[in-house]
Design a protein around this ligand. Sequence first.
Ligand code: SER
Length: 877
Amino acid sequence: MNITTNKIRQDFLNFFKEKKHMILPSSSLVPYNDSTLLFTNAGMNQFKEIFLGEKKIDYSRVATVQRCLRTGGKHNDLENVGYTSRHHTFFEMLGNFSFNDYFKKEAIEYAWELLTSKKWFNIPKHKLWISVYKEDDETYKIWKDIIKIPVKQIIKIGDNNNIQYNSDNFWQMGDSGPCGPCTEIFYDYENNIVNNPESFLENKNHRFVEIWNIVFIEFNRISKKKIVPLKHKSIDTGMGLERIAAILQNVFSNYNIDIFQQLKQHISQLSKVKDLNHTSLQVIADHIRSCTYIIADNITPSNEHRGYVLKRIIRRALRHCHKIGMKKQLFYKLVSTVIEVMGDSGKILKQKQKKIEEILKLEEIQFSYTLEKGLKILQHEIKKAHNNMLSGETAFYLYDTFGFPIDLTADICREKNIQIDLNAYELEKSKQKKQSNINQKFYKNYNNITINNTCVFEGYKKNKTKSLVKYIFINNQSVSIIKKNEYGIIFLDKTPFYPESGGQIGDIGELYNKKCYFLVENTKKYGNAIGHFGKLISGKIEIKKYINTKINQVNRNSIQLNHSATHLLHAVLRHILGEHVYQKGSLVTNKHLRFDFSYQTPIEISQIQDIEHMINMYIRHNILIKTQILSLEEAKKQKAIALFDNQYSSIVRVVSIKNISIELCGGTHTKRTGDIGLFKIISYSSIASGIKRIEAVTGQKAIDYLHQKDNYITDLSLILQCNNSDIKDKITNLKNKIKNIEDKIIQLQQKENTYYITKLLKNTYDIKGIKLLIHVFNQYEHKLLRIITDTLKQKLKKTITVLVNIINNRFTVIIGVTKNLLDHITAIQIMKMIVEKTHTKGGGKKEIAEGGGIYTEKLSIVLKNIPLWIDEQLDKK
Ligand code: SER
């Protein structure tokens, strides 16, 4: 191998350093300055405001190596990744930029020198082809006359579908932002030279590979339809590092450059696949890079926005891991290789390595539960697919029930040459809301079941059982069978599913055997019976038959952390606030805990911190959590806390954490307090007189919560361009600045008002001894019109003022009438006439009335006629 990717990256920077460029670091994958952009997708993003002339920096020539992500938004490569030689979700873009400094000629000369000179990349000139925007003659001439490219190798590219600027050679960042015509340099991968443009156009993107894009930033796109020229012209160039590395390392596919070779070798060691060109290896190698960098930039997997993009990429990768036999949490192990192969670019990952690995591992644990199930269903449905089309219903079902992002399903279908009915999928998605309402009703309807069954709860020790189906209920009716797609409740002789009680939510999980699959969405108690709520996904379930049960252990673990933390919270509240704290209610879910208690005085922030401090101390002490079955008498002797409003049987279960907390409790708990990991209060409030509420999170959720806060602060510091510790000072300064500016504005406006008032006083009509002032303002502050009206009314006697303000084709009008005229005419009377004649809205009182509308022409006619109209009104009196 001639040259490593890491050296190419460095050579690029060295070259532009020699050309007097300032080398700046890559910005984050999360654009700090642009809410229209999901992820940084080009080197120019961080300079957007500079191109637009909204911000200045001290350098007019800059070069960067920018980490980029192209999934979602205008540039979306996710579905191609793994199937082509050159598409990536994550890639590095080498770029040089000129801000109102050099323009077309130098930008082209620099690129040409770096690519072809012996001292640098030394690519044979005849291998390079050029495309230019059809109308850009200047650029065409530079290539032809100065660089001396044969004309047959310069291709002019026009607009698609005759839409201006809708061209491969007109670069735009997104639906808005800086943009302009561009010229691209292509590399010809074949040896037999064909000097004809048709052959180029046919083979573009395969034999001819775009390596460098030089954009002449001359415009700003304001909206889809509007584009305006910029005052200053700038240069934005971008060269994909992986592509240029492939050329210089003499390989056709980006996935065969040194970085990817090493990554693929590691994946191959962890899997059953030895062929390094296997698609799954490529997908995984690409995705582990993007996941690592996205998490390093403080995004965590979630169900929305950037977090969902990350989740989609992870899940797509995990599916490929599953396919090649990497079934047991191995994906995260690749993080260390990413850090190693990325050289200088990987340095920023090092300190976050542990966090990245933990997040990936957790996501894998959570997804593995549904991945296998979902895959089985999908494989089954693919076999049944008509006309090579998977139903939207199935795709939605996989998304909704098994957490299969649509592109994961599409990826699997693509391997089998199957398409997804995407319209139907969207339709299903929109039905989801309705369906969830129906589900809610379904749960409500089942409150009145009476059933004579006793179910043994085995869930303290086991997470699965083989159980006998005793009863099935559908729509309040006891039935003997439940079929596919039906909702119902299953009652068993024994179960590991914890039924909702004592504040702890019910378990979720599955009931299944070889032929059927029932998804349990909730579990509730009915006397001594336990009902498993849910939907039958496949097959049928009959009473008097055996079925396997299995709870969702990941979900249960999260619930348990919150339950044990609730006990600690209860004990610590009593310790810090006093023994009189009395539990009023509690909710323990897989996401958080909520605890309501009686307490009269407001709780101080320092007390909240003391509470957190103490609980976390107990967590660190990693104390054993013990459960005992005792007689009620014995439990009372041990001073166990009980909710004395409740009825307890004579035998009770006591959960104790040393002598810190001893409570009667039927819920499920962690083994030791250390399992809780971290306890963080997220809100505290007063919900009724003398009743307070605390909400808290634990474990990974608590860490996520703190990360969110960190990210928020980092975002703030990026917006404010200061260190985290300076944010407060910066905001105080800004507030002072705003206050000063506002004061100045008021002073200026007062001056302006005085000017208008003097001017208005000169332009008055005299109608039967009454003064009438009419004036039309343009783009004025409406608030000020009111002030002017009031001032005029104070200064003058017997006056009517009609002040109009036109803002962007709309008008507002304000009428003032002095007190001593109210017997003759009122403001509301005048307003009513205007409303009628101009079809506007308005109202007010006798002395002052306001209105506004869009028919400015009608209004100007009314204004002309107003003196006459007032004259007539006065005559009527
Ligand atoms: N912004 C251009 C691109 O992304 C050049 O950097 O291709």
